[in-house]
Design a binder for this molecule. Structure first.
Ligand code: PMP
Length: 356
């Protein structure tokens, strides 16, 4: 078919499964097990439906102002989008328009190579070290931009501000994007480096620490210049990315910092307990500072464990990919959900042992 020669062909990103079954324990997409802040429910109850007739504010100013106030930056330093996937996609389109390869780790968020492919951006994937860390020296070569998550996904490993500063300092001719989707679970944000570096962009999300994955809110904070370039591209693609209800729900979530601190703290505590339990079951893992643990078992095959858990309606994430095919990525759920996971793992490991 001749028209097919003109089709933009891509291999799409595969999101984690959203099972249709009832009664599942869902620890596969790093969702937050707690509800959003109570103020969000109030917005939903009181929203005037007549407002749906009109277009939303294309600047999403109410939400932009709330983010700026929360993070101590100017509104002109904030860009918002429909989840951080939308923000990251816009950032790829805006900042990675050169001919040199964009650099990111080999084991990282598996959407980066998909955006690079769809926008035809050249890229190089730099291997993490043996202990799954980013070596800043790897990022001191010619490039058209740099992106990595901190903490990294799916490893959960947090790099220090020193490491991030070293990478940004070595690359004054590139935009460096730090994807902080999981920073609120005990990490230290690179926001404090923004005053020093005009070329540093920090991306965060309401999907994890603010329990709003289904609402779709992400944002970037950077210099006014970077944010201005992103807005130019955004307003060249789609002006009305965020709906009115979402804008208000996001602002309401930010208005309750105490709830945010309490729920993120609870997840960190459950994570530390989960580390002990997994160790007792024979798992090892890099130290996680996120809301998930990337664990491998000393003897049991990860693919077999994944399937056995799934048969018991417990969903974790597994990639049959080189280097990571013996790991399971386990999202931190409620203590009850984690208890059920550990019980199931103990039984499965026993059955597997019996069969050997
Ligand atoms: N960055 C990383 C590292 C992620 O793991 C995710 C979640 N899949 C995202 C960004 C995107 O999250 P969202 O679009 O829900 O903000």
């Amino acid at each position: 078919m001749s028209w097919e020669a003109n089709v933009r062909r891509v291999v799409p990103y595969t999101p984690g499964e959203q099972p249709k079954l009832q009664d599942v324990i869902k620890l596969n997409t790093n969702e937050n097990p707690y509800p959003p802040a109570p103020g969000v429910e109030r917005i939903l109850r009181e929203f005037d439906i007549a407002r749906m007739r009109k277009y939303p504010d294309p600047n999403a100013q109410h939400l932009v102002d709330a983010i700026a106030a929360s993070y101590g930056v100017k509104p002109s330093q904030v860009f918002v989008g429909v989840g951080s996937d939308d923000v990251l996609s816009m950032a790829f389109l805006t900042f990675f328009a050169g001919d040199k390869p964009v650099l990111f780790p080999d084991v990282t968020y598996s959407f980066y190579d998909v955006w690079a492919d769809v926008y035809r951006i050249p890229y190089a994937q730099l291997p993490l070290t043996e202990d799954l860390r980013i070596d800043p020296d790897d990022y001191k070569r010619e490039n058209g931009g740099i992106i990595f998550p901190n903490p990294n996904a799916p490893t959960g490993v947090l790099e220090s501000l020193d490491t991030i500063g070293e990478i940004v300092r070595a690359n004054p001719d590139s935009v460096v994007i730090v994807d902080e989707a999981y920073i609120d679970f005990g990490g230290v944000s690179a926001l404090s480096l923004l005053d020093e570096y005009e070329n540093l962009l920090i991306v965060q999300t309401f999907s994890k620490s603010r329990s709003m994955a289904g609402v779709r809110i992400g944002f970037a904070i950077g210099s006014e210049k970077l944010i201005g370039f992103m807005n130019d591209v955004k307003f060249s693609v789609n002006s009305y990315t965020m709906n009115q209800l979402t804008i208000e729900c996001g602002a309401a979530a930010l208005a309750d910092p105490a709830y945010f601190r309490e729920t993120t703290q609870r997840i960190c505590e459950t994570r530390e307990w989960a580390k002990q339990q997994l160790t007792a079951l024979g798992f090892t893992f890099p130290d996680s500072r996120s809301n998930f643990i990337f664990a491998r078992h000393s003897t049991a095959d990860a693919g077999a464990l994944f399937a056995a858990l799934k048969a018991r309606h417990i969903f974790v994430r597994y990639w049959n990919k080189p280097r990571i095919d013996q790991y399971l990525r386990i999202t931190i759920g409620t203590p009850d959900e984690m208890e059920a996971l550990f019980k199931a793992l103990a039984e499965i490991l026993q059955e597997m042992g019996d069969r050997q």
